[in-house]
Write a protein that binds this ligand. Sequence first.
Ligand code: FES
Length: 168
Amino acid sequence: MKTEIERRTFLSRIWKWGFGLVAVAGAWTTWDILQPASPSGFGGLIKNGKAAEVPSTSVETISAAQAYVTKAPDDEVVALWWRCPHLGCRVPWCESAGEFECPCHGSRFNRLGEYRAGPSPRGMDRFAIEIVDEAVLIDTGTIENGPPPGPETIDEPVGPPCEGGDHG
Ligand code: FES
């Protein structure tokens, strides 16, 4: 009789442990599925090189982020979205002019993406930046409107244009 009770107790415990394990596995799987995927590629965080290597007199193109990175005079890294705020054309950097020149309707921006001329309503939009272990992370999911037209914060000369236009 006692053996029968012990057997039932043993089987009962086995069943409880089994159900417990299944419940824990189900809860973990549900939690894991509901976690947001860490985005990579455009729309997520894109790792670039070291902050110390970001140019301060020109720009570096980061195609995966659709961005140009450069440095402000205070050494702050700035990531500019290459999409023109006017109608969305890609705005190339013109090294000879030392500025961005939109090929669609002629908007121009200085090295920090600040508005210089043309129909764009503002300067070039910017991505949020994180510096982690000296590496630049461009958060392409966080876009801040470019600055409104106004005085430029840098005073850099304008050279010959790339699109054959004049800068008058
Ligand atoms: S799209 Fe760039 S000026 Fe119009």
